[in-house]
Design a protein around this ligand. Structure first.
Ligand code: FES
Length: 494
């Protein structure tokens, strides 16, 4: 037996283990959340931890064979957008009356994102949101994107149970915090409404997600699911309800439709775009909706970028030159998140340090001691990701015979869409220059959609109406998609 001493957030725990397991597997099995974007395949280099006397090691490639002391990275706070914005509707509240008039009852709206999970605790008697909180999705230790997590389920007998357990535990921790802070009992939480992409909902309910990643990409379910609290493992009233909102397809999930249902469009024709590891998009044209999805990969989440990281403390999030940048938590930069890398690439282009083909003259270093840098491979990753999104938009426009001048707005949903600098995104060709001046970040539309669903029956009707009136476009059926994709790899010219 080998003895490990694990130091995390100043506390030490010891563990005795047999040799043969990777340090990442050991830490995961002990409940430690180690960021592991490639899911332990040894290719991303992000799962580093410190081993006393040895320095930093890549935990998925490190197999302890003697007693060691491990120091884990500090707790990181995610930068997550949670509030209502002017672009999102606030529907009239439907009051619920508890059996005991002096009692309170609560509902919780949850947006399970691949990277972050946001919670809204709603008093079902008064209609007041009493707490909003957010955490990083602990499933990141199994991979940054949905495909890595599905692969983990496929390759490991207990994979689905582990992934399900990790999100259920994270939700239960937040429920426990609320219960403690409000001094209420668990049974008073009567309803939970969940938005998320199709894979996240499968993992929450313990349904096999493997068919999502295999042609013909048919998920186990797309319809709204209503479960008893006791069947989900969530610590709420066992007779309470857990509702997962309906999805359209394997890659256009409940998060998109929850967001669309609360959008207050300023016009009849608009585009809606949620950029993450996938780019999900919709166009509303003359009263009919068309959707599609494109795989951007995890570059915009910082995962395929050499110094990339999530938008947590230490991440360089905005860049306007070597002496003009912003870091989450106002600390020294320890890496670059998605919005930061877009700004850096736009700045390098503007200053001719990369050309239109993406050729970088030499690695570009930033920050004190030039500790963080951008290299040629990083630029290539951004080119792939931005081309996937941009090509998806252009094919959607073509298929629906739309011209940019008849589209009045492009709404950007999700945290990433809200933090990117729109000029930088247009500068690198991620967003269409034709929409300049008509691009509006709308906030966390999926989370607000789930919250409004909890408030009123109206949103259920709106989502059903939108689903009935929409058509999914499978981009891989269009030969022009690959041509567009190749053409959009270059950056826009001057
Ligand atoms: S290198 Fe270990 S998780 Fe990617």
């Amino acid at each position: 037996m080998i003895k490990l001493k694990i130091i995390s957030s100043g506390k030490a725990v010891t563990a005795e283990i047999d040799s043969g397991l990777s340090l990442l597997d050991i830490l995961r099995s002990r409940g430690f959340d180690i960021y592991a974007p490639c899911g332990g395949k040894g290719t991303c280099g992000k799962c580093r931890v410190s081993v006393r006397g040895e320095g930093e090691v890549i935990s998925c490639k490190y197999f302890p064979d003697r007693d060691i002391e491990i120091i884990l990275p500090g707790e990181q706070e995610a930068k997550i957008l949670v509030h209502q914005t002017d672009f999102l509707d606030d529907v009239p509240f439907r009051q619920r009356l508890p059996d005991n008039p002096s009692s309170k009852i609560y509902g919780v709206a949850i947006d399970i994102g691949t990277t972050t999970v946001v919670f809204y605790f709603l008093n079902l008697v008064t209609g007041q949101v009493e707490r909003i909180s957010s955490v990083l999705n602990p499933q990141a230790k199994y991979g940054a994107d949905i495909i890595s997590r599905i692969n983990y389920c496929q390759e490991n007998e207990t994979g689905l149970a582990e992934l399900r357990g990790s999100i259920v535990d994270a939700i239960n921790r937040e429920l426990k915090t609320f219960i403690r802070k409000k001094n209420v009992v668990q049974d008073l939480i009567e309803e939970v409404v969940v938005a998320g992409n199709t894979t996240m909902l499968h993992l929450l309910l313990g349904r096999d997600p493997v068919s999502i990643a295999l042609a013909p990409f048919r998920p186990a379910f797309t319809e709204k699911q209503v479960c008893r609290g006791s069947a989900t493992g969530l610590n709420i009233n066992p007779d309470g309800k857990v509702i997962t909102l309906p999805c359209q397809t394997a890659y256009v999930g409940a998060d998109i439709f929850a967001g669309l249902a609360v959008l207050k469009p300023v016009s009849r024709n608009y585009l809606f775009l949620d950029i993450g590891t996938n780019g999900e998009m919709a166009i509303m044209k003359n009263g009919r909706m068309f959707t599609c999805a494109t795989a951007a990969g995890p570059a915009f989440e910082g995962a395929n970028i050499s110094c990339g990281m999530a938008a947590v403390t230490g991440a360089l999030s905005h860049f306007n030159g070597p002496d003009d940048y912003t870091v989450v938590g106002n600390s020294e930069p320890t890496g670059i998140c998605g919005s930061g890398i877009i700004d850096i690439v736009a700045w390098l282009l503007k200053n001719r340090l990369i050309d239109e083909t993406g050729l970088l003259k030499e690695p570009y270093s930033i920050g004190p001691d030039s500790k963080i840098s951008v290299n040629q491979q990083d630029i290539r990753e951004i080119q792939l990701a931005k081309s996937a999104i941009c090509s998806g938009i252009r094919i959607l426009m073509k298929v629906t015979e739309s011209a940019f001048d008849e589209i009045d707005a492009l709404y950007l949903a999700g945290g990433f869409g809200n933090y990117i600098n729109i000029d930088s995104a247009i500068g690198i060709g991620l967003l269409p220059a034709e929409m300049r001046g008509k691009i509006f970040p709308v906030g966390n539309s999926a989370g607000i959609g789930a919250l409004q669903y909890l408030k009123s029956d109206e949103i259920d009707k709106r989502i059903s109406g939108l689903l009935e009136n929409s058509e999914y476009i499978e981009l891989s059926n269009y030969d022009e998609f690959m041509t567009e994709f190749a053409m959009n790899m270059d950056f826009p010219g001057k």
